[in-house]
Design a protein around this ligand. Sequence first.
Ligand code: AMP
Ligand code: MN
Ligand code: MN
Ligand code: MN
Length: 283
Amino acid sequence: MSILNADLHCHSIVSDGTLTPEELAVRAAANGVELWSLTDHDEIGGQQRAAAAARTQGMKYLTGTEISVSFAGQTVHIVGLGFDAGDEALRRGLAATRGGREERAREIAGQLALAGIPGAYEGALKYVGNPELISRTHFARFLVERGVCRDTGEVFRRFLTEGKPGFVPHRWAALGDAVRWISDAGGIAVIAHPARYRFTATEEYALFVEFQAHGGRGVEVVTGSHTAAECTQYAQTAREFGLAASRGSDFHSPDESHTELGRLPALPADLTPVWELLAGRIQ
Ligand code: AMP
Ligand code: MN
Ligand code: MN
Ligand code: MN
């Protein structure tokens, strides 16, 4: 299968992106994407629309999601690709993972109020497309709107992250559960943007070993959040562990994302692209 431009990671208004699945599909196709996946956080409510829009735009499609997982005291993201979107255990697992977001959002807003920024819960809600998916990104947009910060990057440096006002520790899904929900639904689990985590070498090794032991088969080597050196580094990790490689922009918004849909370096030629393992799942 000769797919040159696959983009298997992005977000719509169904999670914390600002475009609809249809708008994303138009944008991906205009940028030459041949195989696309919409991977909203902890949610597959946009999958039917995305698949239909991909068809309209002449792109191949893989179902997708990005599951929030707690591992060794940090949040790790696991992308799932090519699963059966009707799978009941997967749907239940994602619903449970979304479950604590509302209460967490109220606590985030409480902390921001103490830091002198009132009304953040209502303010963030204006940006939310899916009431079950209030995210830190929506708070970041509100803080930019209020003029507290110049852009969402500055918000995450000054607020909402560990040690800063508005950081609320949260227990997400277990690694093994997330990998199993995806695999048992016929898909492949992929460690998202591995360079983003702040693990020691030992912790990172444990993440890859446990991920693989639970049935995980892929790693994002080329992503919008990796430098060229990080792509090289995680290509080597893929070789060492015998993992397939994925490629995705992690596009959220024309105003916020540095990496455009489909505008990414190619995967190193010796790696197995994750879509080769999913040939039978491509729509
Ligand atoms: P949440 O799932 O509510 O914890 O929000 C996580 C989301 O916040 C990520 O998926 C990103 O979209 C966004 N995010 C996290 N860290 C940063 C950052 N440093 N700069 C910009 N966006 C970030
Ligand atoms: Mn996000
Ligand atoms: Mn992520
Ligand atoms: Mn993402």
